[in-house]
Design a protein around this ligand. Sequence first.
Ligand code: ZN
Length: 111
Amino acid sequence: MLVCPICKSEYRDGYIVCSDCECELIEKPEVDEEDKPVKKGSKISQFIMGVLIIICSPVLSHKFTSMYFISNGVVQYNNEQFMWMLKAYQASFLLIAGIICLHCILYWYKN
Ligand SMILES: [Zn+2]
């Protein structure tokens, strides 16, 4: 499909210039194909973010659990409680990362 760059009129193959503007016709740009790489790129960055969270989840959970105890000024806690908190945080990070990754995987699967 050919299109006039000025008035955007569409012409069948065979025409060279626009009858109104006397302007040379150009190939109609495929908008859909231009949009796809951008979307895919953002999906890849999301996927990488998810993977990074999975890899960093032990470190992140340890950091946040420590922060929680320090910010509250609670020094008296037993190791078992702390470990339980740590595991809970770790599980939540893995869950969040899993949701981010799954969302991207499902997107790729459908396309
Ligand atoms: Zn035109």
